[in-house]
Design a binder for this molecule. Structure first.
Ligand SMILES: Cc1cc2nc3c(=O)[nH]c(=O)nc-3n(C[C@H](O)[C@H](O)[C@H](O)COP(=O)(O)OP(=O)(O)OC[C@H]3O[C@@H](n4cnc5c(N)ncnc54)[C@H](O)[C@@H]3O)c2cc1C
Ligand code: SF4
Ligand code: SF4
Length: 400
C-alpha cells in the first residue's frame, strides 16, 4: 500500500477570496478560479509562509489521504471533505489519520508520548479546533523572554522553572494542552542543528493574564540536557525561536458538564495549569468537576505548590503524593488514586468524565494498575472502559 500523504487544503466556506495566501506562497502552490482558492499538493512543501497572513484561518486545514485531492476536485467544493478513514498497514485496520504535527520528527515524539493511551488518540468532541505547525524550523516564531522564575525551592534537587514568553504582534494561537517546539542553538555531535524538543504550554489560550499575547512553559533542568539547560538559563529580554503549536488531541473539552480527572508528576502539571486557569476564567461558577492527583518527591519539589493550594477545593480537589517527604511513608500518585477508589469507580462509569495523565513515563504502569484494581472492585473491566473513553475522546495520556 502507498504511504498516506498529508495534504494542505483551504476551507471554501470560510475563505473570503482575498488571495493574500497566493501572494505569500514562494512556490506558487496556491491558485484560484472564479469559485475557490486551492493548494496544489504536488507543489506545496509545507513552508507555512501562507498561514500567518491569512485573515480568516481558512488556510489552516490538513488531511491525511491515500491519494491527493486534485485541483479540479478542490475547485468544485462547497465545503471541505471530512477526514477519510484509511486502511492500516497490512492488517486491514484503520490507519492513524490524527494530524498531531506535520513535521515527521515531532509527529513521532507525540505518537510515542500518547502510546500509553493504548490506541488512537481522539480529541474531546467539544474541544476547540487547534492550529498546528503554524511555525517550523525554516519559519519559526520569535518570542522574547518576559520572565524566568524558579518553581522549586532553592535547595530542592530538581530545578523546575516557569518561563513566560512574549509573542509581541505575532499570531501564535495555542490551546491548553498543546506543546511548542524549541530548538536549542548550536550543532549536535554530527555537526547538524539540534532538533526541537517539545514543551507543554502551561498558560491558557488567552495568555498568562487575559488578553496578553504570551504563553508560559514549565521546564525541568535535566543534568546534561541540551535544550532544558538552554531554556532554564534564559534571561529576561532573551529571544527564543519557537515552532508549533503541536498536538491536536490532548485538549480540554469545552463542556461545562465535563468532569476532569488530571493525574501528573513534575512538569506534567503544565497542561493542567492551563486547563484549570481556562475553566476558572470561562466557567467560574462550576464547582466539583476538577480533580488533580499530583506526585513529587517533596512539597518543595512540586511545581506550583503554593499557587495550587490557593485554588479553592470546590474548584479543584487536590490529592498530593510525596515519595520522599520527611517522616512519612512513600506515596506515589497511584496510592492516592486507590485512596479515592469509591469516587473514582463512580467517575470512570460516568460518561461526563475525562481522564488526563501527563508527566514521566514511569508513572504509567502504576496508574494503569490502580485503575484496573478500582474497576475490578466495582465489577467493571478497566480495559473495556478505557478503550471506550479513548474512542469517545475522554482518555488521554502524554508521557515522556
Ligand atoms: C509531548 C511532550 C511534552 C513535553 N513537555 C515538557 C514540559 O512541559 N516540560 C519539560 O521540562 N519537558 C517536557 N518534555 C520533555 C522535553 O521535550 C525534553 O525531552 C527535555 O527537556 C530534555 O531535553 P534536553 O534537550 O534537555 O535533553 P537531551 O539533551 O535531549 O538529553 C536527553 C536525556 O539524556 C540525558 N543526557 C544527555 N546528555 C547526557 C550525558 N552526556 N550524560 C548523561 N546523560 C545525558 C539528559 O539528562 C536527558 O535526560 C516533553 C516531551 C514531550 C514529548
Ligand atoms: S505551506 Fe508554503 S508551499 Fe504550501 S501553500 Fe502555503 S506557502 Fe505555499
Ligand atoms: S488568505 Fe485566507 S482568506 Fe484569503 S484567499 Fe487565502 S485562504 Fe482565503
Amino acid at each position: 500500500m502507498t504511504k498516506p500523504i498529508k495534504q494542505h487544503l483551504i476551507d471554501p466556506e470560510i475563505c473570503i477570496r482575498c488571495y493574500t495566501c497566493e501572494e505569500a506562497c514562494p512556490v506558487d502552490a496556491i491558485t484560484h478560479n472564479d469559485d475557490n482558492v486551492v493548494v496544489d499538493a504536488s507543489k506545496c512543501d509545507f513552508c507555512m509562509a501562507c498561514i500567518a497572513p491569512c485573515p480568516t484561518g481558512s488556510i489552516d486545514n490538513w488531511r491525511v489521504v491515500a491519494k491527493a485531492y486534485s485541483l479540479e476536485e478542490q475547485f468544485e467544493w462547497l465545503e471541505l471533505p471530512e477526514q477519510e478513514a484509511l486502511a492500516g498497514p497490512g492488517d486491514g485496520g484503520e490507519a492513524d489519520t490524527t494530524l498531531e504535527a506535520l513535521d515527521d520528527e515531532v509527529a513521532a515524539l507525540l505518537a510515542e508520548a500518547h502510546k500509553g493511551a493504548g490506541g488512537k488518540a481522539k480529541a474531546p468532541p467539544s474541544a476547540s479546533k487547534p492550529s498546528i505547525n503554524l511555525y517550523n524550523l525554516g519559519h519559526p516564531a520569535e518570542a522574547v523572554v518576559q520572565g524566568n522564575y524558579r518553581l522549586t525551592a532553592e535547595d530542592a534537587d530538581s530545578d523546575v522553572r516557569h518561563i513566560i514568553l512574549d509573542l509581541g504582534t505575532q499570531s501564535f494561537p495555542v490551546l491548553e494542552g498543546q506543546s511548542v517546539g524549541i530548538a536549542p542553538p548550536g550543532l549536535d555531535a554530527q555537526g547538524k542543528p539540534f532538533l526541537p524538543r517539545l514543551y507543554s504550554v502551561s498558560s491558557p489560550r488567552d495568555g498568562e493574564r487575559p488578553n496578553t499575547n504570551n504563553l508560559s512553559l514549565t521546564v525541568k533542568r535535566e543534568p546534561h540536557g541540551v535544550c532544558s539547560n538552554y531554556v532554564c538559563d534564559l534571561e529576561r529580554g532573551d529571544r527564543v525561536k519557537l515552532t508549533g503549536p503541536f498536538g491536536s488531541t490532548f485538549l480540554l473539552p469545552n463542556d461545562p458538564q465535563a468532569k476532569l480527572v488530571m493525574i501528573c508528576t513534575g512538569t506534567g502539571s503544565a497542561p493542567f495549569r492551563g486547563f484549570t486557569m481556562r475553566r476558572q476564567r470561562t466557567m467560574p461558577e462550576i464547582a466539583g468537576r476538577m480533580r488533580l492527583f499530583f506526585g513529587a518527591r517533596t512539597p518543595d519539589a512540586l511545581p506550583y505548590f503554593g499557587p495550587l493550594k490557593k485554588v479553592p477545593e470546590a474548584v479543584l480537589a487536590k490529592h498530593f503524593a510525596f515519595s520522599r517527604a520527611e517522616d512519612a511513608p512513600k506515596q506515589y500518585v497511584q496510592h492516592r488514586l486507590l485512596d479515592e477508589r469509591e469516587r473514582l469507580s463512580a467517575l470512570i462509569a460516568d460518561a461526563d468524565t475525562h481522564i488526563y495523565i501527563c508527566g514521566l513515563k514511569a508513572m504509567e504502569a502504576g496508574v494503569e494498575e490502580a485503575f484496573e484494581d478500582i474497576a475490578r472492585g466495582a465489577g467493571l473491566d478497566w480495559h473495556t472502559i478505557r478503550d471506550g473513553m479513548r474512542e469517545a475522546g475522554r482518555y488521554h495520556v502524554e508521557t515522556y
